[in-house]
Structure formats: C-alpha cells, structure tokens
Ligand binder design. Sequence first.
Ligand SMILES: NC(=O)c1ccc[n+]([C@@H]2O[C@H](COP(=O)([O-])OP(=O)(O)OC[C@H]3O[C@@H](n4cnc5c(N)ncnc54)[C@H](OP(=O)(O)O)[C@@H]3O)[C@@H](O)[C@H]2O)c1
Length: 318
Amino acid sequence: MGLRRLGRSDLEIAPLVFGANVFGWTVDQAAAFRLLDRFIDSGLNAIDTADVYSRWAPGNKGGESETMIGSWLKGSPSRRAQVVLITKVGAAPGEDGKGLSRKSIAAGVEASLRRLQTDRIDLYLSHKPDTGTPIEETLSAYEALIRAGKVRAIGASNSTVEGLRQALGTAAAKTLPRYEVEQPEYNLVERKRFESGLRDLCLQAGMGVIVYYSLASGFLSGKYRSKADLGKSARGAAVEKYLNPRGMRILSALDQVAAARGATPAEAALAWLIAREGVTAPIASATTLEQVDSLARAARLRLSEDELRVLTEASEGF
Ligand SMILES: NC(=O)c1ccc[n+]([C@@H]2O[C@H](COP(=O)([O-])OP(=O)(O)OC[C@H]3O[C@@H](n4cnc5c(N)ncnc54)[C@H](OP(=O)(O)O)[C@@H]3O)[C@@H](O)[C@H]2O)c1
C-alpha cells in the first residue's frame, strides 16, 4: 500500500489510521488483539490512541487503550517496528492543573511509555489547546523528549487557526521542534471547522493532517437512517444530530457511489477523505474484523473525479 509522509517528519503511514478509543469501551482485550493483528496484516500501519482513552466507560480511569496496545506489542515484538504509534497528552489537567505544561508532559510521556511497553512514541500530540501554558514551554518540553529519543515527532489536535499559527511561529522563532501534524475533526457531515482556514494553514506549512470522526461516529456507514435505528450501537445518541435533510442527502449520495463500485457507504465516505486535498489519512475505529476488512478496502478504493464531485456536492451547505 502506498505510504504518505507526515509533514517534514520521517514517519510514513498508510492512508487509514486505526482509532483505538474503542479499546476498554466497546472492545475487550482479546478482541483488541484480533483487530490489531488483522489491521497490520492487511497492510495498514498507524494506530491512534491517547492517555485518556477510554476513561468515559464505566469503571475506567483512562489508560486502558494504551495498556491493551502495550500488551499486544509485548506479545509480538516484531510488531513494534511495523507500527507507527500515535498517542496524545493534555486532555486531562496534569498534576499542576495544566494540560500541556512542562511538568504535565514530562509525567505524561513516562506513564504512556510504561502502558505502551515501548521506549518511544512515534507521534506525540497535544490533545487540545491549553491556553494556560505558554506555547514556548510546551514546545521546549517536547524538544527534551525528542532529544532523549522518547518521541520521534510532535503534532497537535483540535487547534484553532490562530493557535496553530502561533505554535508554528514560535517554533520557527525560537528554533524549537514544530508540530508536523494536525488532527482535526473532519468528515462529509462536519466540513466547516477544517475547511475554514485550518486546511489552508496546514497546506502552506506542509503539515500532515490525520482527521478524526471520519465516519461521523458511524453515521456515514448508513446504519442510522431514522430515530428507530439509534439503538443499534452504544454510539447511537452521538449521531442523532445528523438525522436531517442534509444528512439524508449525503447518505443517498454515498449509497449511489458505493453501489456503483461494489463498496459500502462507509468505504466511500473514507475514500472521499483519503482523496481530499490537505488530508494525509482519516482515522476510523472498528469493533469487528469485518469492519477492519472494510477499512482496508476503503484505503485501496480510488474514487473517480465524478464520484468525488457527487459526494462533495451532496454535502454542501455546511
Ligand atoms: N483528537 C481527538 O480529540 C479525537 C476525538 C475523537 C476521536 N479521535 C480518534 O478518532 C478515532 C475514531 O473516532 P470514533 O471511533 O469515535 O468515530 P468514527 O471513526 O467516526 O466511527 C467509528 C465507528 O463506526 C463504526 N464503523 C467502523 N468501521 C465501520 C465500517 N467499515 N462499516 C460500518 N461501521 C463502521 C463502528 O461503530 P459501531 O460498531 O459501534 O457501530 C466504529 O466504532 C478514535 O478512536 C480516536 O482515535 C480523536
């Protein structure tokens, strides 16, 4: 599978990233191992997690997803070299109440490395902006980790255009490492945030972009078409907001494009993202082996210009 470089880093990923926020939530450890094996065996290589996954599940405190990935890596040492491991810090306040302070990052990386049972994180992301910490402090904390060989490259998630511009400017002015990747929410139903300036900035800066909620929490699979469908999975409530005329128009365009290619709507929605200007790869989580196989097919599906236009036009009006 053709690999894509992440910004100016030396990391290269296949154009579909596994989202591991389901581990410890809707996926237990045995199933997680099977899903990861299948994902890597199908030629894909990047896994996205975070220190806080999946603390929202009853009985969890965060760290369960990294712990499962660590056990999987430990069980098959040759895997580590095949995987581009992405994790995040800073969604929860650190010990000093600041998510991206030097202290919080220094403690966060050790805890993540321990849970992941590895000596390095390939791509370490600021999970969300921390306006209480100067960006120079955050970037110099990352610089220390890169020098120590604990982190290969850094990135950010959920940035504002202004915040990202400031981070890139500070990195250049102070000769600190820069964010090589941005991770925004982006999919056929949620286009506004990425397409209003963030994409242009990432393109200008030559950054990698890995987008999340690529399937709009499963809505773009087409399995939720009415309120009666919302009980089909633990995520039903998250997609209710898309049950409107625009959402239905998008699903009908996906049905049309998918049927013509012998694909599923989810695969067509992911292929649209993979072809989208400025996007390096979408992230999607999967809860079954069939879904992993489907993600691998999506990574290989190349839609024609006409097919892409049908989907882009159906999702206008955002
Ligand atoms: N940076 C951030 O702030 C941030 C925030 C959120 C998420 N993320 C990342 O993005 C990842 C993905 O987010 P997400 O899982 O919430 O949303 P998503 O990728 O939009 O939705 C994934 C869900 O869709 C269903 N699905 C997956 N593949 C399918 C297929 N081929 N056919 C039909 N249904 C399919 C599964 O749900 P069911 O089987 O339950 O129906 C799956 O859990 C997370 O794991 C995380 O790594 C990052």
